[in-house]
Design a protein around this ligand. Sequence first.
Ligand code: ASP
Length: 310
Amino acid sequence: MMSETPGNWVLAVHGGAGQMTRDRLSAEEDAGARAGLAAALHAGSAVLAAGGSALDAVEAAVRVLEDDPHFNAGRGAVLTYDGGVSLDAAIMAGDGQRAGAVAGVGTVRHPVSLARRVMTTPHVMLSGAGAEQFAREQGLEAAEPGWFEIPRRCQQLEEMKARGDGWFDEEMKFGTVGAVACDAGGRVAAATSTGGITAKRWGRIGDTPIIGAGTWADGVCAVSATGSGEYFIRAGVCHQIAARIALAGEAPAQAATTALAEVAKMGGSGGVIVVTPSRDALWHFNTAGMFRGVAGSDGARRVAIYGDEG
Ligand code: ASP
């Protein structure tokens, strides 16, 4: 658990939680993930330092992570059972509780930006072919053929199929990406983007694009989650954290701990990042590690992976 109040704006990012231990990650995976998180912090911080909105900042940070093959979103997304990609994303602004989400898209380079466009329509969530048609009408950048697929994901798919041991296993590293921010005006926003889980089938959609489950922002906080999505949906994790703060008067750290304990009780695992309008930023996870980072207007910049990094 980390919690701090670093000045008049703050940004936190994650690149997934799971069994990240020093013996399980290669030196390249460790260094690549840290560089990716730092680049995302850099992009989002530039927006906030220039007086931009939390909403623009979280979109900017997530776009960087979507292009980074170290994470399970955009390029480098995990593969479906049939060897394709099916991407989910959501974005939400605390002011006005405006939200946009997409599920099951496979041709848009930046699903988070598509979610942002959905936010400008009367709808909250678009899926599949309709979402892709909307992306084309909006002139959003299409991904080049083969852009998303990387060899490591093909190997993971084959291994998973060969083991045939179900949806969530003990080796799971959830590489979903997300960002939460509070800008100088005290407005908060959250964004999350993912390829879901390896070997998913039948049009499975996880928690990421479900407002209140994997992504949430309102007047009290912004939250982005990663983990075994089905449990996060069933526990309504991100909204639960906000409700605990607003209605039960819990401190943000307590609210995050309690919500994740509920997930654990059901058999799930993962993590969250949270910011509040008073610029508290925290992360909490019940896995061995979580790709994560925080930056603030006071100059603070930190990225971490393992559980013992604070
Ligand atoms: N939460 C995501 C899902 O279930 C997976 C992840 O966090 O990597 O789709």
